[in-house]
Design a protein around this ligand. Structure first.
Ligand code: PEP
Ligand code: MN
Length: 371
C-alpha cells in the first residue's frame, strides 16, 4: 500500500518552486487588521510561498481564544486579494472543509490533534473526495509513525496527489527543553518508507519559543527537508495564542536569510572522492560492528546454555545494572552520548536475553523430543 502512493512534490503545487518551500503567518487569525498587516509584511519576503493562519484553533483547555471561525475565512480571502499571497488553513471537521473550500482556500492542513484520530481523518478524507486541493498532514501528537502514515494513506486513497507531511514534534511527559520533542528518527523513517512525500518542518511547534527556531530550521534543512512552516505575527507578545513561539515578519526574513542551503548531491569530484573514502570507512566499521555483535550473541547463547545446566534465571538485574553503568562510563569518555549508549545497550541486552531464552527453550524442546 505504502509503495503505491504517488505524490506531487510541494514545489510543483503552483505556489513557487524554490527550496525550501516556506509557509508563514500567525498561529491564529485574530482581527482583519492583524492578519492583513502580517500578510503584507510577509508578502515582501520573496522566500515565503504560502500564508498560514488558524481559523479554528484546537486548544488544550476551554475558555481561551479558539479562533474566529468562518468570518476569518473572508479576511483570508481579502488578504489574498490585497497581497497576492495564497493561504492555507487547518481543518478538523468536514464542516470546516466545506467552509474552507467555499472561499477557495489554496491548501488545507490537518493538525496534530486531528491526525491522531483515524475516524476523523477518514471523515475529512471523504469530504475531499473528487476535490483537487493540496493537503498537508501534521504528525499525530503521539510518536506513532504508523498512525501518521495511516492518515497520509487515507487522503491518498481518495485520489489526492498533492500531499505533504508536516513534522511538528511529539508530546512527551518527560521534562524537555522542547515544547514537542522532535524525535527526528520518526520523520527520517517516514521519508524512508514514503520517499516521494514532501516533508515540511514546523520548528515553531517543536520549540515553543523563539530562540532555537533558527537552529531547528537549519537542522531540518540539513536533513533534506523540503520546507518550513514558521509562525509569525506583527506583535507576538500580544498574540492571542502561541505568543511565546511567534516571531515578527522582520525576524522571519532574517532567519530565512541566514539559512544555509546545502547541495542535495555532491557535484565536485574532489569532495565526492573524499566523501566516498569516508563512506568506505563507515562500511568497513559497520562490517566490524555486525561481526562483533554476532560474536557477542554467540557468547550470550553459551551463557544461556550454561545457565540452563546450572538452573539459573536468565535475567540478572545486578549484572545488567553493572553493564549499563560501565559501558556508559566508557562510551562517554569516547564522545558517545549517554542517551545513545543507554538506548544501544537496552537493545543489545534485550536481544541477548532473547537469544538466551531461545537457547533454553531449544534445549527444553529437544529434551522433550528425546523423552
Ligand atoms: C498550529 O499550527 O497552530 C497548530 C494548532 O499546530 P499543531 O496541530 O501542530 O498543534
Ligand atoms: Mn499554533
Amino acid at each position: 500500500m505504502t509503495q503505491k502512493m504517488k505524490f506531487i512534490p510541494i514545489n510543483e503545487w503552483g505556489y513557487g518552486d524554490q527550496r525550501p518551500f516556506v509557509i508563514s503567518g500567525p498561529c491564529g487569525a485574530e482581527t482583519e487588521e492583524q492578519l492583513l498587516k502580517t500578510a503584507q509584511e510577509i508578502s515582501s519576503i520573496s522566500a515565503v510561498n504560502l500564508l498560514r493562519a488558524g481559523v479554528w484553533k484546537p486548544r488544550t483547555r476551554p475558555g481561551v481564544f479558539e479562533g474566529i471561525g468562518k468570518e476569518a475565512l473572508k479576511w483570508l480571502q481579502n488578504t489574498r486579494e490585497e497581497t497576492g499571497l495564497p493561504f492555507c488553513v487547518e481543518v478538523a471537521k468536514p464542516s470546516h472543509v466545506e467552509m474552507a473550500l467555499q472561499v477557495g482556500t489554496d491548501v488545507l492542513w490537518i493538525g496534530a490533534r486531528t491526525s491522531v484520530n483515524p475516524f476523523l481523518v477518514q471523515e475529512l478524507a471523504d469530504a475531499l473526495k473528487g476535490v483537487d486541493v493540496p493537503v498537508m498532514i501534521k504528525n499525530p501528537v503521539n510518536p506513532d509513525l504508523d498512525l501518521w502514515i495511516g492518515a497520509i494513506e487515507r487522503f491518498s486513497n481518495t485520489g489526492i496527489k498533492k500531499i505533504a507531511a508536516i513534522h511538528r514534534g511529539f508530546s512527551s511527559y518527560e521534562n524537555s527543553s522542547y515544547r514537542n520533542k522532535p524525535n527526528w528518527e520518526i520523520p527520517i523513517e517516514l521519508k524512508r518508507r514514503i520517499p516521494g512525500i514532501s516533508l515540511i518542518c514546523d520548528p515553531s511547534h517543536i520549540c515553543g519559543s523563539t530562540a532555537p527556531l533558527s537552529y531547528i530550521s537549519q537542522f531540518s534543512l540539513d536533513l533534506n527537508y523540503d520546507g518550513l512552516m514558521i509562525e509569525s505575527h506583527t506583535n507576538p507578545s500580544a498574540a492571542l495564542s502561541a505568543s511565546k513561539q511567534q516571531i515578527t515578519p522582520y525576524q522571519l526574513s532574517k532567519l530565512l536569510d541566514n539559512l544555509i542551503l546545502r547541495d542535495l548531491e555532491v557535484k565536485d569530484v574532489i569532495v565526492l572522492s573524499k566523501l566516498e573514502d569516508l563512506r568506505d570507512q563507515i562500511d568497513e566499521i559497520d562490517d566490524e560492528i555486525i561481526k562483533t555483535l554476532a560474536l557477542r550473541m554467540d557468547v550470550a547463547r553459551r551463557i544461556g546454555d550454561y545457565k540452563k545446566q546450572n538452573n539459573v534465571t536468565i535475567l540478572q538485574p545486578e549484572r545488567w545494572e553493572e553493564i549499563l553503568k560501565t559501558r556508559t562510563k566508557n562510551g562517554v569518555t569516547q564522545r558517545l552520548t549517554k542517551g545513545f549508549l543507554s538506548r544501544l545497550y537496552s537493545l543489545i541486552h534485550e536481544e541477548s536475553i532473547h537469544q538466551q531464552t531461545l537457547t533454553m527453550n531449544k534445549q527444553a524442546s529437544e529434551l522433550k523430543n528425546s523423552e
